[in-house]
Design a protein around this ligand. Structure first.
Ligand code: BGC
Length: 370
């Protein structure tokens, strides 16, 4: 009998250990808040992030907030109420999340600002691409394509379209490009015929294609309808480039190929690149951005150091650790992981197929998502 009782007690002990272990093994929950489904890339980001985290054993809640700041605040509040352990947020308005970020801090829920920095000191971690370099690559593309360094007395006409002022990235993109070109503008080698060169003048609320289209139409009607040649239009991303390319097609009388830059590698824009309506895009591999985000999240949640040593876990993803470029307020720098963007033109579209994220259509002419 004694033997039976001790066997019974031992069994109970084993069972309770199992119960505790399984309670411990309850998956950690991450909340993923993306800005909108209306722009192609965020659909990809949301999908990659959710899949990555689930495959790694996390529970993932994914929300899209229709480009509305208030909705994003609500979505994040709801996720906090569901007891999430970590937040991954791509902000619609970098200055619009203060209350909910303070709540996350009070509840000790760490936040990774994803792609776009959030202007709140409670936000410590940032995963993105080197945004200044994105703009620099666009500016350098125009510089090379027009061979500005050897232009002699020749002058070129161009215009600028930047992104959403509420998005912290937009200024970095614009400055990166403008810093390459401003010397040529000062020398008179580049003439911005509309005279619009300030970020605020060329910005596009919500990165809207329609807004970029109508501003481009106005500029073409006001400054180029007399036959003035347009050589280049620097656009900060693909959604704005789509509007500008459409305006050039319908409202520009010249027959030269206008250089149009972009960013993201949206399918419609890759099509425009094949058709000669857009010239380049700066491609950012968002599947890799999700890989880095997962590794940073794992480190935060397990109490491992979140520093340069993490890069060893990113496999062959090229990424810089940076603590001096991005700040949430003066002197308050974000711990940043910055991936490396790539220029894509008509000549290296195959690169997108080689990295496994796109495929050729049946006629091998245009690219499709994979
Ligand atoms: C992203 C770009 C994107 C833009 C509009 C930016 O914050 O970095 O990749 O084109 O938002 O969605």
């Amino acid at each position: 009998m004694k033997k039976f009782v001790s066997l019974f007690l031992a069994l109970i002990m084993v069972l309770s250990v199992c119960v505790i272990a399984s309670a411990d093994a309850a998956p950690k929950k991450v909340g993923i808040s993306m800005p909108t489904q209306s722009l192609e890339r965020w659909n990809r980001d949301g999908e990659y992030l959710k899949n990555q985290f689930e495959a790694a054993g996390y529970e993932a809640i994914l929300t899209y907030s229709d480009n509305k700041n208030e909705q994003q605040v609500n979505d994040i509040d709801n996720m906090l109420s569901q007891g999430i352990d970590l937040l991954i947020i791509s902000a619609i308005d970098g200055e619009g999340l203060n209350t909910v970020m303070d709540r996350a801090a009070e509840e000790a829920v760490p936040v990774i600002a994803y792609d776009r920095l959030i202007m709140n000191d409670a936000v410590e971690y940032y995963v993105s691409f080197d945004n200044y370099t994105v703009g620099k690559l666009q500016g350098e593309y125009v510089e090379k394509a027009l061979d500005l360094a050897n232009a002699g007395d020749k002058t070129y006409n161009m215009e600028f379209t930047a992104g959403d002022p509420a998005d912290n990235n937009a200024g970095y993109f614009f400055n990166g490009a403008y810093d390459v070109l401003k010397g040529y503008i000062a020398d008179g080698k580049i003439i911005v015929v509309s005279g619009q060169t300030d970020f605020q003048q060329v910005a596009t609320n919500q990165w809207s294609t329609d807004t970029a289209l109508s501003r481009a139409q106005n500029i073409l009607a006001s400054y180029y309808a007399d036959g003035t040649t347009l050589d280049a239009w620097l656009c900060s991303n693909d959604s704005t480039a789509a509007g500008v390319a459409q305006a050039i097609e319908s409202d520009y009388a010249g027959d030269n190929a206008v250089i149009v830059t972009g960013q993201d590698g949206d399918i419609a824009n890759l099509r425009n690149i094949v058709d000669g309506k857009q010239t380049m895009t700066v491609y950012k591999n968002v599947a890799n951005e999700a890989v880095v985000t997962l590794e940073v999240a794992k480190a935060i949640l397990s109490g491992a150091p979140v520093d340069e040593s993490l890069i060893a876990n990113f496999g062959d993803v090229e990424c810089a650790f940076d603590t001096t470029s991005y700040f949430t307020s003066e002197g308050h720098f974000a711990t940043s992981y910055l991936l490396v963007p790539t220029v894509v033109t008509k000549d290296n579209l195959q690169y997108l197929v080689d990295i496994g994220l796109y495929q050729w259509d049946a006629d091998q002419v245009y690219l499709l998502a994979k």
